[in-house]
Design a protein around this ligand. Structure first.
Ligand code: DI6
Ligand code: FE
Length: 405
């Protein structure tokens, strides 16, 4: 019998029924939420049944999963997927001994990506980002967060966010857009950081909110980025315009940024190599998600690990993401991030999978809709040709076959 067959309507029917399937629902806290030899019924794109393999249920379309594993669609909750050009030349310069200063003097760094993004058309940015998105989708990713932040002027920041919106309309993937105008200081505001923060707060955020181009606002809070006080100004403006907040926090130093996210009921604090216990306690109290980015840690050859055990002890949920960006994490593999979360950060395979499913959904504020296989959630589902879910973080450089169902 073919994998997919059309059968007449009967009672208890669904639009789609996936049968003979092993399910890792990710609906539990301390295990995979497994149902072996089960079935999932879908009606109008929503999960209507999760349980034993019952031949009684029928459907317009029946998929015989033949014992494969069904998992929630993977979620990449932190990317800078839209940008012009790339920075491979910097990578080569650095490995030939150039310093960051040499690279900056040669016009490299974030500002070189800003220049290329400003010069690129919306269509060129869309086509380049579309290819990157196809790579993520090929690994079972069904939701991607995309930040602006390579425009650093109103016109280009809006251009980037319009590209993100169009990607969500044209590809089989859910896009959550984040405004990151406070990513770096543009050349035209050199020595006038507060002036730029005023532009972000008083012109960019209102325009982004008006056009409904982003759900959330992010800032690069760092000694080479924006200060705690400047970050707070941006958070106040975001909240004033009904937008949520998250933060690039404690990547290179402790700026108490993660605590600020918690103070503003933010969704997540991201990077966190230099995260303090005081901020962890605030995050635990507020339910702020810790998003770890092993790709940037690896690519920059960082040595200070995020405080994983302290996060576990405090019960702070941990998400994992690629942080895809041209400068510090030019990676397009959520599966590799899962392996790095285990090999570099000593997270368990279960934690790594939670990090790119239910906890990543929490980091985007949409865990009521996706992130686990539960009745009432969106049927973002992927079938994997694996023997066990732990295989997804165990392998690296491999690409187990997956099918969007
Ligand atoms: N942290 C990072 O590692 C990236 N942005 C940020 O806030 C760097 C982005 C780039 O180098 O293009
Ligand atoms: Fe980032």
């Amino acid at each position: 019998m073919s994998q997919t067959e059309t059968k007449p309507f009967t009672s208890l029917n669904f639009d789609k029924l996936i049968r003979n399937v092993n399910i890792a629902s990710m609906a539990a806290t301390n295990d995979y939420g497994m149902i072996e030899n089960g079935a999932v019924g879908i009606t109008d794109g929503i999960i209507a049944y999760v349980g034993e393999n019952e031949p009684l249920h029928d459907a317009k379309e029946i998929i015989d999963a033949q014992g494969k594993w069904l998992l929630p669609g993977l979620i990449d909750c932190h990317t800078h997927l839209v940008y012009g050009g790339n920075r491979a030349n910097e990578f080569e310069m650095r490995l030939n001994g150039a310093s960051y200063e040499d690279i900056a003097k040669a016009g490299g760094g974030i500002i070189s990506s800003v220049k290329a993004t400003r010069e690129a058309s919306e269509q060129e940015l869309y086509e380049a980002a579309g290819k990157r998105l196809e790579t993520l989708i090929s690994e079972g990713v069904t939701t991607v967060e995309i930040k602006s932040g390579y425009g650093l002027d109103l016109e280009t920041e809006l251009k980037m966010l319009r590209v993100a919106k169009k990607l969500g309309q044209q590809y089989p993937v859910r896009i959550k857009a984040t405004f990151l105008g406070a990513h770096a200081l543009p050349p035209e505001y050199k020595h006038n950081t507060d002036g730029y923060i005023d532009l972000v707060c008083n012109e960019m955020i209102p325009a982004v909110a008006q056009e409904q181009l982003a759900d959330c606002v992010d800032v690069f809070c760092e000694n080479i980025g924006f200060t705690y006080a400047q970050t707070e100004k941006v958070f106040i403006a975001a909240k004033k315009h009904g937008l949520q907040v998250k933060l690039h926090a404690e990547q290179l130093s402790d700026q108490n940024g993660a605590g600020l996210v918690a103070d503003y009921q933010g969704l997540s604090a991201d990077h966190l190599e230099y995260l303090s216990q005081a901020s962890i306690d605030k995050m635990a109290k507020q339910g702020t998600i810790a998003t770890l980015l092993p790709g940037a840690f690896y690519f920059l050859r960082e040595t200070k690990l995020p405080p994983i055990q302290a996060l576990r002890d405090a019960g702070v949920p941990i998400a994992i993401a690629t942080d895809h960006n041209p400068g510090t994490s030019p990676c397009l593999s959520v599966l590799l991030m899962m392996n790095m979360a285990c090999t570099l950060f000593k997270m368990t395979p279960l934690e790594a999978l939670q990090g790119v499913t239910i906890n990543a959904a929490k980091a985007l504020g949409i865990d009521s809709e996706i992130g686990s296989i539960e009745i009432g959630k969106q049927a973002d589902l992927v079938l994997w040709d694996i023997e066990h879910p732990n295989q997804l973080s165990y392998q690296f450089g491999a690409k187990p076959r997956s099918t969007l169902v």
